[in-house]
Design a protein around this ligand. Structure first.
Ligand SMILES: Cc1cc2nc3c(=O)[nH]c(=O)nc-3n(C[C@H](O)[C@H](O)[C@H](O)COP(=O)(O)O)c2cc1C
Length: 173
C-alpha cells in the first residue's frame, strides 16, 4: 500500500496543510510539490493519492488554482488511474471570496475522475459559511475545504476529522 501527498502553492499555506495532514497519517510518503514532479506517471505507482490545491483565479472557468496544477490538468485526465483512490483538499478564503470558495477543488476532482480514479474525502458543507462554490456535489464539497485566512482556528479539527474519514475510505491507510 503506498499513498502519496501532492500539493501546489503560491504563498505556502497549501504546503503547510499537506505537512500537517501527513503528520496525521501513518505510512504516507512525504508531501511533494507539483513543481518538482516531472513525470505524472508516478501517480500510477500509488494506491491512493491526496492532493492539495489553492484557489487564486477568482471566478475563472478553467485554470482556477493559479499554480502548477493548472498546466497539467489535461495530462491528468489522460492517465489510467482506475482502481486508485484520490482525495482532494483545497485552500481558500470563505470570507473575502465567498462567491468562489475553493473553486479549484472541483477542477482537479473532474480531471482525476476522468482518469478513472475513485474519488473519496467528500465533506458535508453544513459546517461552512460561504455563498457559492463550484466544488459542491449536492450538499457536499468534493473534498476538504480549508480557510487559513479567516478560519484558521477550525483547521486542526477539520483535518483530523478528515484524516479519520480517509482511514475509513482508503483500506490499508
Ligand atoms: C488575489 C487573490 C485571489 C484569491 N481568490 C480566491 C478565490 O477565488 N476563492 C477562494 O476560496 N480563495 C481565494 N483566495 C485565497 C487563497 O486561496 C488563500 O489565501 C490560500 O490559502 C492560498 O493558498 P497558498 O498559500 O497555498 O497559495 C485568493 C487570494 C488572493 C490574494
Amino acid at each position: 500500500m503506498t499513498v502519496g501527498i501532492y500539493f501546489a502553492t503560491t504563498t505556502g499555506k497549501t504546503e503547510d496543510i499537506a505537512e500537517r495532514i501527513h503528520g496525521l497519517l501513518d505510512g504516507v510518503d512525504n508531501p511533494k510539490d507539483m513543481s518538482d514532479v516531472d513525470d505524472l506517471s508516478e501517480f500510477c505507482n500509488h494506491d491512493a493519492i491526496i492532493c492539495g490545491i489553492p484557489t487564486w483565479n477568482t471566478g475563472a472557468d478553467s485554470e482556477r488554482s493559479g499554480t502548477a496544477w493548472d498546466s497539467i490538468l489535461d495530462e491528468i485526465g489522460e492517465l489510467d488511474l482506475s482502481g486508485k483512490k484520490v482525495a482532494i483538499f483545497g485552500l481558500g478564503d470563505s470570507s473575502t471570496y465567498t462567491e468562489n470558495y475553493c473553486d479549484a477543488m472541483e477542477e482537479l476532482h473532474r480531471y482525476f475522475q476522468q482518469a478513472g480514479a475513485t474519488m473519496v474525502g467528500y465533506v458535508d458543507s453544513t459546517e461552512y459559511t460561504f455563498d457559492e462554490s463550484k466544488s459542491m456535489v449536492g450538499d457536499s464539497f468534493c473534498g476538504l475545504p480549508l480557510d487559513e485566512d479567516s478560519e484558521s482556528d477550525m483547521t486542526d479539527s477539520r483535518i483530523s476529522e478528515w484524516a479519520n474519514q480517509l482511514k475509513r475510505e482508503i483500506p490499508g491507510l
